[in-house]
Structures are given as structure tokens and as C-alpha cells.
Ligand binder design. Structure first.
Ligand code: FDA
Length: 396
């Protein structure tokens, strides 16, 4: 017996990340007594490093199909009730300057710190109690939820699992949400690193050795899903937005189909070059369309040593096909140490899409990345954290 009194709240939120803070501030401002327990010694670490320190806090093109889930319609309700415009209202209230970078991605003009400061101010306005450096030892449910940490015991009729996924353990990821989901009988959709660079087989790596640092626009497809964005060759494989995007869909053993000349008919471009640049060699012709280092590698390989005027149609057909459908089967991903998100998570079939409450365990909520909803690259994951946190905060 420690002799310490059990402190009572209306809800206990586990995790002071984007989703946990949004849940807390929403419920707190509705007059609920909210406790947030965080094991790091500061809140919102991922917010601080996100978007290269400027936090890509939302995307104006939010729609359900840009979120991956085994239950594709689940996210619609929360996303419709807390939109990018809702978040922008909060940003405006706090005088945070922002800009659209590309593809609807909204970033702070200054530091991501402004977003965290805003969330903490809004939590303070709702009298939210935030306790940092709390190690959660035990969680029980006996009508009410009891959470024991090394500093005390807390109880409430509602518990919110907002402790994120497995990505970037050094920032605080632990998988607690999934363990607790298991404890309360909620199924968990298998977890995978998402938005993560991919590694390639040693023989492909040998071929690509001199390309590290080269970036080009591509269309990369895995099965029926495709993204048209930049791809980057790295020392260990492939990265860049196109690869990060497709990595969330890719599963071990699946090939990726890379179109190195998206939007261009390679065969007909090569035929045109044959007549218009008949003295040029493969490297020079390909350099018109591809980064020089890649053209130097592919030119002799695909088009031989002869000048363009001597290229037969058959050669051009093969070269065109190789440029349009470069097929590579990654060896694996860089894993959770490098993954921006975790795909999979608490099965949404067990949650209410309106409130994020577990249908079989009244009072238990799950929000943010802990849930089987993963956004595309570009501000979608924060928008899910805000929207799901808001939905739970309104319902508690
Ligand atoms: P999040 O992981 O943010 O928070 C969970 C909290 O729970 C953490 O504070 C953690 O310490 C705590 N916790 C975990 N285990 C615990 C335990 N056992 N006890 C107590 N507390 C515990 N998205 C986007 O939309 N735009 C962007 O610009 C970026 N950029 C970006 C960069 C990098 C490097 C990464 C890794 C990720 C991004 N993301 C992103 C993704 C985004 O950061 C992510 O989707 C959200 O932070 C998820 O919010 P959550 O609150 O669900 O989890």
C-alpha cells in the first residue's frame, strides 16, 4: 500500500500525441475532467519533428479513399465532422501562419512548435491535466477503468487509447494501444511499417550503386494501386514520396512496376529521336528525359553502342518496355525505425465510426494511429489524428 489516494476523472487519455491532445482538449472544453498520461518527458514529440520541423498538419484534398483500412468507409464520418477547415479555424485563432506546399499539403510557415503550443493552450483552456514521465504499469476495467502508473492510481468511466503505433521507437512508440486492445478483446489488424523506404536485393543494389541520390518523377504501381511522384535511389534501395506512398500498400514478395517516363510514350519518343537525332547515342537521347546518371547507366544497356539512326524498331520496343515497366521486387522495408506510420491497428469493425468507442466495451475509445486507418503521405495522418480525436472528445 502506498497510501496515495486514487484520483478520479471523467476520462483518462493514454498518450499525449496529436490524437490524444485533440481528444483531451475537445472533451475538456465540454466541461469533462480529463487526465492525459504520457510516458515521454514532453508531449507531442512526433508533431515537433513532423514535416521537417514545419508540420504538414493537414491536406485540403482529404477524402476517405486516401486512407488505408480494412474497413474503407470507417473514416468518413469523423473526417466529415472535423475537416481541414475546422483545423484551420483553430490555427487562425492562434495566429499561426501557414502555406500550401504541393498537392494540397499545408505546412506552418514557422516551426511545428506552434502547433504543439496551440494544442497545449487549448488543453489548458479545457483544464486538462497532463502528466508526463508516467510509466503505465497496469490497466483494469471493473465497471470503471483504473490505470496504475509508478506515480499513482487513476480511475475514470472512460479510457482513450491514443498511444499511436510502432513507428519510431526512439520517439516513444511502444505498442501499448494494441496490447491493451488485446486485453479488452478488440481484434488488431496485422501491423506493418508504412510510408517507409524500401530495400532492394543485393544484385539490384549492385546495379544501382552509382545512382544513390538520383531523384526523378515516376509512376510506381503495386497491384492496382499506383502513385505518380518523385522516386529517389538510396544507398540501400528506393525512397522518395512515390516509394513511401506505395510502401504502405506493398507486402513482402510483391513486385513493384516502375514507369520511368510517366505520361510519355517511350517507344514513339525513341523513334522520333532516331530520325531527329540520328547521330546521338543512347546516353544523350535518354538524358533528355532522365537524370544524367540514370541515362548513363541505361543508355548502353537498353540501346547498345550504336547511334540512334541505326536503332531497329525491335530494339526500341524492348527499350521502351523496359523504361515503362521496370519491375523490381523489394527485399524488405527499412522497418519501424524509419517508418512514418504503422499500417493496420485496432480493428475498426469493433469501433463506432461516430464516436471511436469500442462497441463491445462501453467507455473504451481508440483514436489516431493506433486504429486501423492510415493516411497517405502529405498531412493525411495528422488530419486523421485530429478528426478521430475530435470525434472521441465530443462523445466522452
Ligand atoms: P503519436 O505517436 O503522435 O502519439 C502517441 C503518444 O503516445 C506519444 O506521445 C507516445 O510517447 C505515447 N505513448 C506511446 N506508448 C506509451 C506508453 N506505453 N505509455 C504512455 N504513453 C505512450 N503526419 C502528417 O500528417 N504530416 C506530417 O508532416 C508527418 N510527418 C511525420 C514525420 C515523421 C518523422 C514521423 C515519424 C511521422 C510523421 N507523420 C506525419 C505521422 C504522424 O506523426 C502520426 O500519424 C501522428 O503523430 C499520429 O498521432 P497519434 O497521436 O495517434 O500518435
Amino acid at each position: 500500500m502506498t497510501g496515495k489516494r486514487t484520483e478520479a476523472f471523467d476520462a483518462i487519455v493514454l498518450g499525449a500525441g496529436a490524437a490524444g491532445l485533440m481528444t483531451a482538449l475537445t472533451a475538456g472544453q465540454r466541461g469533462k475532467r480529463i487526465l492525459v498520461l504520457e510516458h515521454n518527458d514532453e508531449p507531442g514529440r512526433k508533431i515537433l519533428i513532423s514535416g521537417g520541423g514545419r508540420c504538414n498538419f493537414t491536406n485540403i484534398h482529404v477524402e476517405a479513399r486516401r486512407f488505408i483500412s480494412s474497413n474503407p468507409h470507417f473514416a468518413r464520418s469523423a473526417l466529415a465532422r472535423f475537416t481541414p477547415a475546422s483545423f484551420l479555424d483553430m490555427i487562425a485563432k492562434h495566429h499561426i501562419a501557414w502555406h500550401e506546399k504541393t498537392l494540397g499539403q499545408l505546412f506552418c510557415d514557422g516551426s511545428a512548435r506552434a502547433i504543439l503550443a496551440m494544442l497545449l493552450d487549448e488543453c489548458a483552456a479545457g483544464d486538462v491535466t497532463l502528466r508526463l514521465s508516467e510509466t503505465i504499469q497496469d490497466v483494469r476495467h471493473n465497471g470503471r477503468f483504473t490505470v496504475k502508473t509508478d506515480n499513482g492510481t487513476f480511475e475514470a468511466p472512460a479510457l482513450v487509447l491514443a498511444c499511436g503505433g510502432l513507428s519510431i521507437p526512439k520517439l516513444g512508440a511502444t505498442g501499448l494501444a494494441h496490447r491493451l486492445a488485446g486485453q479488452f478483446g478488440l481484434p488488431v489488424v496485422p501491423l506493418h511499417p508504412g510510408l517507409v523506404p524500401l530495400r532492394v536485393q543485393p544484385d539490384a543494389l549492385e546495379w544501382m550503386r552509382d545512382l544513390a541520390g538520383v531523384s526523378l518523377p515516376v509512376r510506381v504501381a503495386c497491384g492496382k494501386v499506383a502513385f505518380e511522384e518523385a522516386m529517389l535511389f538510396t544507398h540501400r534501395g528506393l525512397s522518395g514520396p512515390a516509394i513511401l506512398q506505395i510502401s504502405s500498400y506493398w507486402r513482402s514478395g510483391q513486385p513493384l512496376l516502375v514507369d520511368l517516363l510517366p505520361g510519355q510514350d517511350a517507344f514513339s519518343s525513341l523513334r522520333t529521336a532516331r530520325s531527329s537525332r540520328s547521330r546521338a547515342h543512347g546516353i544523350a537521347v535518354l538524358s533528355d528525359w532522365l537524370p544524367r546518371r540514370l541515362a548513363e547507366l541505361l543508355g548502353p544497356k537498353l540501346l547498345g553502342e550504336k547511334a540512334a539512326g541505326e536503332w531497329p524498331d525491335k530494339l526500341l520496343r524492348g527499350a521502351g518496355a523496359a523504361l515503362k515497366t521496370w519491375t523490381i521486387t523489394p527485399e524488405g522495408s527499412e522497418g519501424y525505425v524509419k517508418a512514418e506510420v504503422t499500417t493496420g491497428g485496432i480493428d475498426t469493425h469493433a469501433l463506432s465510426s461516430r464516436s471511436m468507442e469500442a462497441t463491445g466495451v462501453p467507455g473504451l475509445y481508440a483514436v489516431g494511429e493506433a486504429v486501423d486507418v492510415t493516411g497517405w503521405l502529405g498531412g493525411y495522418n495528422f488530419q486523421w489524428a485530429w478528426a478521430s480525436g475530435h470525434a472521441a472528445g465530443e462523445a466522452i
